[in-house]
Design a protein around this ligand. Structure first.
Ligand code: FAD
Ligand code: NAD
Length: 367
């Protein structure tokens, strides 16, 4: 084998190629990595501008061009998972021969650290808004037809709105439309909808503006971000989820993933901290799930209960955690996930450390 100066033995930079038929344009990206999946491919096509991003560990490969000719709305994304090949199949608007794929934009064909890539936003339509509790709502947003995007478990997106002439951006964690998904409503699984559970604060800058959105209005949604790895759960036997208030949101997909796809899990316990009983999000669904799946247990802890509350009281503490978080067997492999207000998460992590849990046995959801 020749040794070409300046190249490593095995160059892992992805590359792309394209070809056409009378009606189709196919762009093929060779990622040179195994275990590709649909969550790693984010494609947007607006007018003639195509942007295809492929996430490869902490790097991102980008295809970004102004296409030579117009294409129809919608496209297909095909992934050959094992060989790491990704195809984007566009439909030509007119049956003409394309001389070139398009005019490359500045970041076209670059492979850089994910964190060095600016966030990309697309406008999504608000299709429904339903009450969850007295102050929290479930927003359903519809992605454009020419967007391929799936938010992985444990990741969040950013919403962007112009408020009083200034762009404001806040993170939110997509959830599932419900915890009891066995009725398989097709519309919630088509990948075209994003569900967000958002608490509206009476003096909140962003959430007040969100609450004013009408059905049919548009809002900008970013590509997903976050450092949670599903593999942390895949090897666990005991999973503990410590959530406070809307810190429940990352736990929704996590719960669903754990109970439907992780066969080595023996026990999943959600310890859910809220102020009052009527603040508890999806209480009925959680209780129903606990009845249906014997591996799952939920415990509610209130910091401002009324006198008739018979359950646990207080805030997160060493004594509470030592009582509620216990391995099902002496040496079982455990993962503890924690999310809520920053002081809650920090105190939780500190208590868990004092109880002898290692860094690897914990995951804290933060910005
Ligand atoms: P602000 O104008 O920032 O605050 C106004 C007032 O509201 C404050 O004075 C306070 O009284 C109250 N308030 C605001 N923020 C908080 C807070 N964080 N904790 C306690 N009180 C507060 N929120 C959701 O509802 N759903 C989610 O799925 C979600 N996901 C998130 C994911 C990440 C990674 C992070 C970091 C945060 C997430 N949040 C989520 C919180 C969200 O990003 C905003 O902070 C929240 O919606 C408040 O925004 P605001 O502009 O309305 O309030
Ligand atoms: P909240 O004010 O209603 O409080 C819920 C519970 O959190 C309380 O009952 C208490 O047990 C605990 N808590 C609150 N403040 C505490 C403190 N200072 N010390 C210890 N415990 C405390 O909660 P909320 O308004 O629903 O806020 C939820 C929080 O979760 C927000 O700060 C939001 O930013 C955060 N969040 C973060 C992520 C993430 O980082 N990925 C995702 C979703 C929500």
């Amino acid at each position: 084998e020749k040794n070409i100066p300046g190249t490593s033995a095995r160059d892992l930079t992805p590359s792309y190629d394209w070809f056409q038929t009378d009606g189709l344009i196919t762009i093929v990206v060779y990622t040179k990595q195994k275990d590709m999946n649909a969550e790693l491919v984010i494609v947007d096509c607006q007018d003639k501008r195509l942007r295809g991003e492929i996430i490869l560990a902490d790097h991102s490969y980008l295809i970004e061009l102004d296409l030579d000719h117009a294409v129809q709305e919608g496209f297909d994304v095909n992934i050959a998972e094992k060989v790491g090949k990704v195809e984007i199949v566009l439909k030509k608007k007119d049956n003409v021969h394309w001389k070139v794929l398009g005019r490359p934009l500045e970041s076209h064909n670059t492979f850089i650290k994910r964190t060095d890539r600016g966030l990309f936003y697309r406008k999504c339509k608000l299709v429904s808004k339903t009450e969850v509790t007295h102050d929290t709502k479930l927003f359903c947003l519809m992605l454009p037809k020419s967007t391929h995007l799936q938010v992985p478990t444990g990741q969040h997106v950013y919403l962007k709105q112009v408020i009083a002439g200034t762009e404001v951006v806040k993170p939110y964690t997509p959830i599932l439309p419900s915890l009891t998904l066995d009725f398989k409503q097709p519309s919630c699984h088509d990948g075209a909808h994003i569900y967000l559970m958002i608490k509206i604060y009476s003096c909140g800058l962003f959430t007040q503006a969100l609450d004013r959105l009408q059905i049919g209005d548009y809002i900008s949604v970013s590509s997903p971000e976050g450092n949670f790895k599903k593999s942390q759960v895949q090897t666990s036997e005991d999973l503990f989820l410590l959530a406070a208030g809307t810190g429940f949101t990352p736990m929704v997909k996590l719960l669903n993933f754990a109970l439907t796809e992780v066969s080595c899990l023996r026990k999943v316990k959600l310890i859910f901290f809220n102020k009052k009983e009527d603040d508890i999000l999806w209480r009925n669904q959680l209780e129903e799930l606990a009845l249906k799946d014997k591996r799952f247990e939920v415990q509610f802890v209130l910091s401002e209960p009324t006198k008739d509350w018979g359950g646990k009281q207080g805030k997160i503490s060493l004594s509470l955690l030592s009582e509620c978080v216990k391995r099902s067997r002496k040496d079982s492999k455990v993962l503890i996930c924690i999310c809520g207000p920053t002081p809650f998460t920090e105190q939780g992590v500190e208590c868990l450390r004092d109880l002898g849990y290692s860094q690897e046995e914990m995951h804290a959801f933060t910005a």
